[in-house]
Design a protein around this ligand. Structure first.
Ligand code: ARG
Length: 566
């Protein structure tokens, strides 16, 4: 609502200068860092510059305009070139809180995305490798972005682009044929397959010819060799079982599981088009697209005719454009693949398609354990499922000491453990590397998911079995700073969500929720909520309820479950 006033003020002033002087000025309307100066502040530099009148004259004229409008403004004054104003907090606050309570979980929604389609490519683990903690970021960020974009009105299509095709399957098959056997693998598929994969990488250092064999095996897969394809199908299914366990636990869903293999028969037309457009160049038997001086060329076909990661991604872009008519195509993928997406975009651009600029690499940093990246090849991969389970166990221990009589401890511990992991990740700006500290993340205090859940639970218990009438409030309370601060934050939920959507950054919401929870806890330490006076009590309950609504909905947008008790 402060935003609404800011917006109205901006329009008011711009219209005034246009009508009176016939000039277009883009006015800045901001919230001063120091709240004692005012709730809103309007710097007048731009007006002085255009009208070439002395500053005091301009400022006084502006003040006059604002005083004569009918916005809920209490007081207008100036400091130097700034017009500062205080809004009528009581009316304004009441309107905000009422709107929040009326809209409930719909509160904060936006329509910036209405009528627009977005595909989100996330999680996308590699089949036959363990679902590593490295894929956690993609899964969590992607899932949260989907929810945030939906809240802004976008139609979303969540795609799990499984890494289920490529030379690594050639490697797997060669390793299986040389050192594996089915029964052994069946006993613990992913572990055994990972072992085979690790062994391949050890042996290839001594026997480089293994790489040629692997390429040959993959080539056979591409040519639909039934024996190899059966083996591949089986590996794919077993791997998916493992991933699904994690998706179930985290409550993650997808609209499509079309992975790389899906595009095996969809690459030829794209390669032909590249050729027709004169973009395909022969290079030592292979086919490449040159991308100028600043970028390495993209390898599209190997000399043996085999396709590559980028070839399949190219086919996928065209397929998705046709199928989903996207306005944006998002790839939630680590920083390591930056070049890949720059190349992908460049190729589409060179093919003459405007939608190249709809391609967005939503990049993120590495997941570090003790400062090092986890890697499947070296065999030191941390299984995401194990990490989650550890978090859940830690949460259980905490709950058990804090609230031993709680019913449903297992289920609650599960949600708290998940909140610890998810929030521990999403509070960081995605582009950065994250050093993850499990113990820290599970704590009920500090910048953690459980802290937010705990704050929500605290409010839930305050409100339990209480009746209150929103239309019987003491609006005067809202002018107290700790009341008004909370209302102000509640009013910023919508713009926070929009910012997160436009920057593809769930961390924007995560940080906002931390501030909100902090403000509420401060409020709670200053104010008794269940007071004698009926009007005052109603006001307190109404405000607490609004905070709870925003907290719950904010957590949901991050992929975290709110709780009634913990
Ligand atoms: N499977 C890939 C990996 O784990 C990520 C795929 C990302 N999506 C894409 N369209 N390239 O490295």
């Amino acid at each position: 609502m402060i935003n609404n006033i800011k917006f109205s003020l901006k329009n008011l002033l711009e219209k005034y200068y246009l009508d009176k002087y016939n000039i277009n000025i883009s006015m800045v309307v901001e919230e001063p860092k120091n709240p004692s100066l005012g709730d809103i502040s309007v710097p007048m530099f731009s007006v002085v510059k255009v009208l070439r009148k002395p500053m005091p004259e301009i400022v006084n004229e502006g003040i006059e305009v604002i005083r004569n409008c009918n916005l809920p403004i209490l007081e207008v004054n100036s400091v130097g070139a700034f017009i500062n104003l205080f809004v009528n907090k009581e009316e304004l606050s009441f309107d905000i809180v009422k709107e929040c309570i009326t809209m409930d979980s719909e509160y904060g929604k936006s329509n910036i995305g209405i009528g627009k389609n977005v595909t989100l490519d996330y999680s996308s683990p590699n089949i036959a490798k363990s679902f590593s903690i490295g894929h956690l970021r993609s899964t969590m960020i992607g899932n949260s972005l989907k929810l945030i974009l939906q809240k802004c009105g976008y139609n979303t299509y969540a795609i799990n682009y499984l890494g289920d095709w490529g030379t690594q399957f050639g490697k797997m098959i060669v390793a299986y044929q040389k050192w594996g056997n089915k029964e052994d693998i069946m006993s613990d598929p992913i572990k055994k397959l990972t072992e085979l994969y690790v062994r391949f990488h050890q042996e290839v250092e001594e026997h480089p010819e293994l790489d040629d064999e692997a390429r040959e095996a993959f080539r056979k897969m591409e040519l639909n060799d039934p024996e190899y394809l059966d083996l591949w199908k089986w590996i794919r299914e077993e791997s998916l079982k493992e991933s699904s366990q994690i998706y179930d636990l985290l409550n993650i869903t997808f609209d499509s599981y079309n992975g790389e293999a899906f595009y095996n028969d969809k690459m030829d037309p794209v390669v032909e088009e590249l050729d027709k457009k004169g973009l395909l160049v022969e290079d030592q038997g292979a086919k490449i697209v040159e991308l100028g001086d600043d970028l390495p060329p993209a390898l599209i076909k190997r000399s043996d005719g085999g396709s590559l990661y980028i070839t399949r991604d190219l086919a996928a872009v065209f397929y998705r454009k046709k199928e989903y008519k996207f306005d944006k195509i998002l790839y939630v993928v680590g920083n390591e693949q930056k070049l890949h997406f720059v190349q992908l975009k460049k190729i589409i651009e060179k093919m003459g398609y405007d939608f190249a600029n709809e391609i967005e690499h939503v990049n993120f940093g590495l997941y570090l354990t003790n400062g090092k990246k986890a890697s499947t090849r070296k065999g030191n991969v941390t299984k995401l499922y194990d990490v989650l389970q550890t978090a859940i166990n830690l949460a259980y221990e905490l709950i058990n000491t804090k609230n031993p009589d709680l019913k449903n401890k297992e289920e609650i511990a599960k949600q708290v453990g998940i909140a610890a992991i998810v929030f521990g990740d999403l509070k960081n700006f995605r582009g950065l590397d994250v050093e993850f500290n499990l113990e820290q993340s599970v704590k009920f205090e500090g910048q953690t998911g459980p802290y937010l859940q705990y704050t929500g639970v605290r409010i839930a218990s305050i409100l339990r079995d209480k009746d209150f009438d929103i239309n019987n409030c003491n609006k005067e309370l809202f002018s107290k700073p700790h009341y008004f601060e909370l209302v102000k934050q509640i009013s910023q939920f919508n713009s926070t969500i929009e910012k997160a959507a436009l920057e593809y950054a769930p961390s924007v919401i995560a940080k906002y929720l931390l501030n909100l929870a902090q403000s509420f806890n401060k409020f709670y330490s200053l104010e008794k909520i269940n007071v004698e006076d009926e009007k005052n009590r109603n006001t307190n309950f109404v405000l607490a309820k609004a905070v709870r609504i925003v907290l719950n909905e904010g957590l949901r947008l991050l992929g975290i479950q709110y709780l009634e008790e913990m």
